[in-house]
Design a protein around this ligand. Structure first.
Ligand SMILES: [Zn+2]
Length: 257
């Protein structure tokens, strides 16, 4: 985020405003206000949005809060302070098309296609992969300008589900592998949403509840454990700075050039 405003200025601009809608774009939560502006919230590593009664006990690490007439309060808690809340004109967000284009002034200058949008078809995904054919798949899936909203855990899980090695190049996939990866991305994200996310350390939902996805990881965090499909030990390596897990048997390494 650049050009962050002092909290008191933001507070003055949202005072008395009404939230007219809520949206998500990639990993960003967006609250549309009746002032023509929107609050764009990025939780990052340890951020949490908590919905509490305004007279509820204090939560730790609260960096900001919004008090509603109803007596409820929205608290933004963030242990490590990587999260961000910015106020931007709605126009800047609406200027994007459904299949992902520009979000000027938002936290990300540009976000890729939404996995749950109608535009995210297998053939569209195939074209996107072709356009980035030299890229390694794992870092590519994490690139928010490619597909928006896939984090490290879900990139690991999707590649495992699709039986594709994280270091394969985007252009090397056969048609059926593209289809498998497309389905695997959706399946991994849907399962995580059903289980309300992954609470490895800090994550909590708006009611303060832990997610349950971490109990169902197929490969993430399972270094040296047996693969559920074939029994080979899961491997871990750092790829582009992120912990990457795969089964060396089910996810065959690309041939060396
Ligand atoms: Zn395996």
């Amino acid at each position: 985020m650049t050009g962050a405003e002092p909290p008191e200025l933001v507070a003055a601009r949202v005072a008395g405003a009404r939230i007219e809608g809520t949206r998500r774009r990639g990993k960003l939560a967006i609250l549309d206000l009746d002032t023509g502006e929107a609050l764009v919230i990025s939780l990052r590593m340890t951020g949490k949005l908590l919905s509490r009664s305004a007279d509820a006990a204090a939560d730790p690490y609260v960096r900001g809060h919004f008090i509603f007439e109803s007596g409820r309060e929205l608290r933004f808690s963030d242990t490590r302070k990587f999260g961000r809340i910015v106020l931007v004109p709605q126009q800047a967000i609406r200027a994007e098309s459904a299949d992902g284009a520009r979000a000027k002034g938002a936290l990300h200058e540009r976000l890729g296609i939404e996995p749950f949008s109608r535009a995210f078809t297998t053939s569209r995904f195939a074209r996107l992969l072709t356009a980035r054919q030299r890229s390694r798949l794992k870092p590519l899936l994490l690139d928010q300008t490619f597909v928006a909203g896939i984090g490290n855990i879900y990139a690991n899980e999707a590649l495992y589900r699709a039986r594709i090695h994280p270091l394969r190049s985007a252009g090397s996939l056969r048609r059926e592998q593209v289809r498998a990866l497309h389905q695997a991305i959706l399946a991994a994200l849907r399962r995580a949403i059903t289980l309300r996310g992954s609470s490895i350390d800090d994550y909590r939902d708006a009611r303060g509840r832990r997610g349950r996805m971490q109990r169902e990881f197929l490969v993430h965090g399972r270094e040296d454990e047996p693969c559920a499909r074939c029994g080979h030990a899961i491997r871990k390596a750092w790829v582009a700075g992120r912990g990457t897990y795969w089964c060396p048997h089910c996810q065959r390494a690309p041939a060396r050039r």
